[in-house]
Design a protein around this ligand. Sequence first.
Ligand code: TXA
Ligand code: MG
Length: 337
Amino acid sequence: MLLDGTNLADRIQTATILKQGGLVAIPTETVYGLAANALDPIAIEKIFLAKGRPQDNPLIVHICDFAMVHSLVKTLPKKAKKLCDAFWPGAFTIIVEKSDQVPHITSGGLSSVALRMPSNAIARNVIALAGVPLAAPSANLSGKPSPTCAKHCYDDLNGKIDAILDGGMCEIGVESTVVSVREDVVTLLRPGAITLEQIRAVVGEISIGTGVMQELDVSAVALSPGMKYKHYAPKAKLVLVDSTLQAYETLVNNAPEPTVYALCFDGEQKRLTKPFLTYGKKENALQQAHKLFNALRYFDKTDATLIYARMPNQNGMGMAVYNRMLRCAAFEILVLD
Ligand code: TXA
Ligand code: MG
C-alpha cells in the first residue's frame, strides 16, 4: 500500500499500522527507514525477515523528542548529551548503554542502543502519532544501496511490508553519522552529514573507528556490526580510480571489456566513449551524497559488469561519500599517475 506522507490521514494510518506491530517504510532526511515499534520484539523480528538482515546487526531507534530518550538508556554521558543537544533533530545517531526497556532483538544482542531524532517532519510526526520509539534500519534489502525515494523501497520490499509512506526524495541521501560514547570516549563509527569537524567543535577529541576508512581485518571485532557486512554493492564490480581526469579518460576509453561504465563528476563526461553516469560536481559533496545511491541502483538496471568511479574529495561531508564508495568498491582503489 502506498501512502502519502504529506497527508495527515495517511500519517495516522501509518501510525496505526505501526502500533499494531506492522512494518512501514517511512521517509527521513537521510534515507528511507523500515519502521516498526522498537519495543515490540515480534514486530522487530519482521524487520530482520523482510530485509534479510543478519540478526546480530542492531537497529537505530528513532525518537521524536528528548523525553523519549530517558526510558531507553541506562545513563546519558555528558558528552553524549552535548552532542544530542548540538545535532538533534538531524542526521546524527548516538550509541550509549541501553536500558532494560530496549529488547535484545532491537539492539542485536548488544548492551548498547543507537538513538536518532530525525529532522524530517513527516518522520517525527509519525513517531509522535505512534507514541512509541521506532526502530528503522534503511528500507532496502540487506546489501543493497539505501533507498532515497519511495520507488527504491517499492523495488526492494514490495509484498514484504505493510505500506510505504511517500515523502519524496530524501534531502541528504546518505545515512546518518553514527558516534558511540563510552566512558567519555567518543568514536566515529559511520561518517554522515554531521561532519568530524562539527563533532570536534562540540566535544574536542573524537577517534575514527577501525573499519571506517580501512577494510576491517578478518580477525577484528567490528565496533559496529554493520561494518562486517558487504554494503551498498551494485551487481557490477566498482573500482574507485584515484587519478587525473586525463588518466581516467584513458583508462575508461581503452578498457577492453564491452560493458564498462563510468561514474564521474558533472561535466567530466565530454571525452568519454563509454556509457556514463555523473554524481554531482567535483567540489560539491552534498550533491554527490544526494545522487550516489540512485546512481548505484541505476547500474543494476544496465548490463554494466565493471564501473570505474572517480574518487571523491574526503573533506567534510565528502568523508561520508568516500566511505560509502569504498565499501561499495570492497576497498579497491586504483591509483594512476
Ligand atoms: O540515517 C540513518 O541512520 C538511517 C535512517 C533510516 O535513520 N538508518 C540506518 O540504519 O542507516 P541501518 O540499520 O541501515 O544502519 C545502522 C548502523 C548499522 O551499521 C548498525 O550496525 C549500527 O548502525 N548500529 C546500530 N546500533 C548499534 C550499536 N548498538 N552498536 C554499534 N553499532 C550499531
Ligand atoms: Mg542500512
